[in-house]
Structures are given as structure tokens and as C-alpha cells.
Design a protein around this ligand. Structure first.
Ligand code: MD3
Ligand code: FE
Length: 216
């Protein structure tokens, strides 16, 4: 451990600007890593991870589930939020307390003190899984931020701009990293490159990403 680590431990996670309104809080989720992973397991026991189909008919390589008052779904009819899991017909599992607490505290650190997520999409990446460049625009009000939490294997995240043709920058998102996407960045194009093989002590060969949204 060097002096910078000591400073980091004393002052909390480092803060880095990724774009206008996008704040990276390195390691912000580490203190609750085990509770977060237990929360994922509890949600998945009720609403199992599944590979959904895009409206164009392609099966997504990322496996997904949701918790909270609404969950994100895609099928031949399109992308949308639904109050019930189409696989079971039952409401999505409740959002674990530790999820909501981390999302709210992180949003507040980034300047959004009133963020109260009503949906959490949980993405699971196995090696080879990817997410192509897209915008998140299925939510009702883009003035609310999205908070993302990365757990397990690292990924290469691509962050572009407001137009699909804008240049992208690459960032490594690692276990415990939290990013708050507000302001203009809320509608910026982004994606995840193919996950590389690896082994993480808590997740094995997988990466999880939680995204907290105000959807309804
Ligand atoms: C920038 N997930 O679920 S998290 C998604 O790692 C999604 O699973 C990726 O993109 C993942 O929609 C990226 C980072 C992220 C999430 C939402 C954003 C970046 C964002 C919304 C607007 C801008
Ligand atoms: Fe996204």
C-alpha cells in the first residue's frame, strides 16, 4: 500500500469525470460487495436471468433480469418497462435495500440528491457477451440520472457522444466501480466490448452490472 492508497482509504473513492454529468466513483461499491452479490442471487432465484430477443429477432448475448417496481423487457413488440416479469406473470422482485441505498448515496455524491430508482436492470456477462453501442431512452424522464455498478470481471466500456457517429473513448470498468450518468451524458451512446475470459474471486468467470433507473 502506498501513500495514494492511504489517501484514498481516508477520503473515499476517487472521483473522475467521464463526460458532461458523468461521474466515475472508483471502488464505491466495494464496501457492500458481498451484500450486492447476495441481492443478485436473491433476485435471480425469483426472476431468473434470461437471454431476451431484440425486436429484430436477435438473441442478446447478455443475460438479464430486473427488480423494483418495473423491469426492462424486449421482445418482438419492442423495448419497454413492465411491472410484471413476462416469464412468470408475477411482479418483479423488490429492490434489495442495499441496492437502493448504494444507488441513492452514489447519485447524491454526484449531485443528484433526490434520485429514487424504481427499476434496477441486472446484466450478466459470460465471456464473449457484449452490448453494442446504444442509447438508453425507454425511461420517462431523462432529467433523472442512471447509476451503474460493476461487479466481477472487468470490461472495456465504450463511451461516445450524443450522435452514434461521435468518437468513442474506452474505459475499463472494474469490480466495485460506480458511475452516475446525468446531465447531457444521460443520452450519450455507450456499449461494452466482448467480455474476456477471466476468474474473479467472488463471481468466477462472470461480470454483473446493475443499472438503477427512474423508469416510470
Ligand atoms: C451511459 N449496460 O444496461 S453500464 C445498459 O455494463 C447498459 O451492462 C452496460 O448499457 C453494462 O443499458 C453499461 C454503464 C451505463 C449504463 C447506462 C448508461 C452507461 C450509460 C446510460 C446513459 C449513458
Ligand atoms: Fe445502456
Amino acid at each position: 500500500m502506498d501513500l495514494f492508497d492511504l489517501a484514498g482509504a481516508a477520503s473515499g473513492p476517487a472521483r473522475e469525470d467521464m463526460g458532461p454529468g458523468a461521474v466515475l466513483l472508483r471502488g464505491r461499491a466495494l464496501a457492500s460487495e458481498r451484500e450486492l452479490l447476495a441481492g443478485i442471487a436473491a433476485v435471480a432465484a425469483e426472476a431468473p436471468f434470461r437471454h431476451m430477443r431484440t425486436p429484430g429477432g436477435f438473441e442478446m448475448s447478455v443475460a438479464m433480469t430486473s427488480c423494483g417496481e418495473a423491469g426492462w423487457v424486449t421482445d418482438r413488440r419492442g423495448y419497454r418497462y413492465e411491472r410484471c416479469d413476462p416469464a412468470s406473470g408475477a411482479p418483479w422482485p423488490p429492490m434489495p435495500e442495499v441496492f437502493a441505498a448504494l444507488a441513492q448515496a452514489s447519485a447524491a455524491e454526484a449531485g443528484f440528491p433526490d434520485f429514487a430508482p424504481d427499476a434496477c436492470l441486472i446484466n450478466r456477462y459470460a465471456p464473449g457477451a457484449r452490448m453494442s453501442l446504444h442509447q438508453d431512452k425507454d425511461e420517462q424522464d431523462f432529467s433523472r440520472p442512471i447509476v451503474s455498478v460493476s461487479l466481477g470481471l472487468p470490461c472495456t466500456f465504450q463511451f461516445g457522444g450524443a450522435a452514434r457517429s461521435d468518437p468513442v473513448r474506452k474505459y475499463e470498468l472494474r469490480h466495485g466501480d460506480v458511475v452516475v450518468w446525468g446531465g447531457p451524458s444521460r443520452l450519450y451512446y455507450h456499449g461494452v466490448l466482448r467480455l474476456k475470459d477471466g476468474e474473479h474471486p467472488l463471481t468466477g468467470g462472470l461480470r454483473y452490472n446493475l443499472t438503477f433507473r427512474g423508469a416510470l
